[in-house]
Design a protein. Structure first.
Length: 410
C-alpha cells in the first residue's frame, strides 16, 4: 500500500472532502430506506428549506422511523447505530412543533457532554435557520451569568447537559413548565449513575403533557427501568439487530506494550488516513501519546475531560474543520461526535467493555460511509477481545499485511 506522508506543509486537506453521495459508497444502515421524502411529513416550508440547504436529500432509516412518530407526540425509545442521522431524527420534529409566536421554552434536548451540546445546537440552528427558532446551549464549565442573561430573552429550544439546566430550573431562571418535549441523546450515558438522579429531578420541572424521546446505540438495563417509570406507551424503534458496526472493518494487532508506538508509526505510514481518532484509557496516556506522535513528525491534537473548556472547544472546532489529521482522545470524545472525514479509529488502549468499544469504533464510518478500526491488543487484553466480539456479535480479524483501500476510502 502506498505510504501517506503527513509531514508539515503537505496539502492534504483536499482529501477531507466527503465521499460522493453514491449509494455504492454507503452501508445499508443509511441506504435501506422505505423511499420516503421529507415532503411526506408535511413539514413547514421554512424547515424544508433548512433541511435541503444542509444537504439532506432523503430521510435515513432512523429518520423515517422516528420523524412521523415524534410528530404525533408519542414517547419514543429509539436504538440506531451512531452516524446514521439520529440528531436530525429528533431535531426535525422538535423544530416542526415549535411555535415561534410564544416566548417560552418548548423543547429540551439533553446530552451528556459539552461537545455534543455544541454540535447538536449547531444542527438545530442550521435546520431551523429560516424559522426564527431561538436555540440556546447551556452546559457546565461556562458562565452561569451568561446563561441567566440569555434566558431573559426569547428561547424556544435549550440544548443542555443535565447539571447546568437543573441548576437554572431550580433557581427559577429556566422556566420549563411549558416545555412539552424532552429528548435524551446518548440516553444510556444520561441514565448512568452519574446523571440519572439529575435527569429524574429535571423531569419534574417539565410540562405534565410532556413527550420524552430516548435515542442511543446501546440500551442497558437502566434504560428499561427509566422507560417503565417515566415513558407512556413508548414507540420502540430498533435498527440495531444486524447493523451494529456495519461499514467498519475491524482488525487487531497483537503487540507488547513497548511496541505500541512503533506499531502506530507503521500504521500512519501505510494507511490512507483522511482523519483518525486514537483512543487511550487515561488522561495521562492521552497527553504522552500525543507528544510521541508529534515527535514522530505527524500532525496531532489531543482532547480529554481535564482540559479547560475553552481549550477543548478550540481543539474540537479545529479538528472538525480539518486543521489537523490525527486526534488522541480519552473516552470523552466517543459520544455522538460526528466528523464524517474520520475514516480510521485506532484503539491504542483496548477498551474494557463492549459499550465503550461500540461508541469508539462508531466514530469511523459516519452516516453510512466506510471506515476501519484497528485495535492494539496486549496479552492482558485477549479475554476482553473475545468477550466484546461475543457481546456485539461481531468479528475482529487479525490485521493483514495490506488493508485494501476500498474498505475505508471511497
Amino acid at each position: 500500500m502506498a505510504a501517506a506522508p503527513q509531514q508539515a506543509g503537505e496539502d492534504w486537506k483536499s482529501r477531507l472532502a466527503l465521499p460522493p453521495k453514491d449509494s455504492r459508497f454507503k452501508t445499508e444502515d443509511v441506504t435501506a430506506t422505505k423511499g420516503n421524502s421529507f415532503e411526506d411529513y408535511f413539514l413547514k416550508r421554512e424547515l424544508l428549506m433548512g433541511i435541503y440547504e444542509k444537504g439532506f436529500e432523503n430521510p435515513s432509516p432512523i429518520q423515517e422511523e422516528s420523524i412521523p412518530i415524534a410528530l404525533t407526540g408519542r414517547d419514543i425509545l429509539a436504538r440506531a447505530k451512531n452516524g446514521t442521522g439520529k440528531t436530525a431524527a429528533f431535531c426535525i420534529p422538535v423544530l416542526e412543533k415549535v411555535d415561534t409566536s410564544k416566548n417560552e421554552v418548548q423543547a429540551l434536548l439533553l446530552v451528556p457532554t459539552r461537545e455534543l451540546a455544541l454540535q447538536t445546537s449547531q444542527v438545530c440552528k442550521e435546520l431551523g435557520k429560516h424559522m426564527g427558532v431561538e436555540v440556546m446551549v447551556s452546559t457546565g464549565g461556562t458562565s452561569l451569568r451568561d446563561d441567566i442573561v440569555r434566558l431573559g430573552a426569547t428561547v424556544h429550544v435549550i440544548v443542555a447537559t443535565p447539571g447546568r439546566i437543573l441548576d437554572l430550573a431550580q433557581k427559577g431562571v429556566a422556566k420549563l413548565d411549558k416545555c412539552s418535549v424532552c429528548v435524551m441523546d446518548e440516553a444510556d450515558k444520561l441514565l448512568s449513575p452519574e446523571f440519572q438522579p439529575v435527569v429524574e429531578q429535571l423531569i419534574a420541572f417539565l410540562s405534565q403533557n410532556r413527550q420524552i424521546c430516548l435515542y442511543s446505540a446501546t440500551f442497558p438495563v437502566t434504560v428499561k427501568q427509566f422507560k417503565d417509570k417515566f415513558l407512556r406507551k413508548p414507540y420502540i424503534i430498533n435498527l440495531m439487530e444486524e447493523l451494529t458496526l456495519k461499514g467498519v472493518s475491524q482488525y487487531y494487532a497483537f503487540v507488547e506494550e513497548r511496541q505500541k508506538v512503533h506499531c502506530l508509526n507503521t500504521l500512519f505510514a501505510k494507511l490512507s488516513i483522511n482523519q483518525s481518532i486514537i483512543f487511550c484509557n487515561s488522561v495521562n496516556r492521552v497527553e504522552l501519546l500525543a507528544k510521541k506522535i508529534t515527535e514522530l513528525g505527524y500532525s496531532c491534537f489531543y482532547i480529554h475531560a481535564k482540559m479547560l473548556q475553552s481549550h477543548r472547544n478550540r481543539v474540537f472546532h479545529d479538528f472538525r474543520n480539518g486543521n489537523c489529521r490525527n486526534l488522541v482522545s480519552s473516552d470523552l470524545f466517543t459520544r455522538g461526535i460526528d466528523i464524517q472525514a474520520v475514516n480510521v479509529v485506532i484503539n491504542f488502549d483496548f477498551p474494557k467493555n463492549s459499550e465503550t468499544y461500540l461508541h469508539r469504533v462508531g466514530r469511523s464510518g459516519r452516516f453510512g460511509h466506510l471506515g476501519i478500526a484497528i485495535n492494539l491488543i496486549t496479552y492482558e487484553d485477549r479475554f476482553n477481545l473475545y468477550k466484546i466480539e461475543q457481546e456485539l456479535g461481531t468479528e475482529i480479524k487479525p490485521i493483514p499485511p495490506i488493508i485494501e483501500k476500498g474498505l475505508y476510502c471511497a
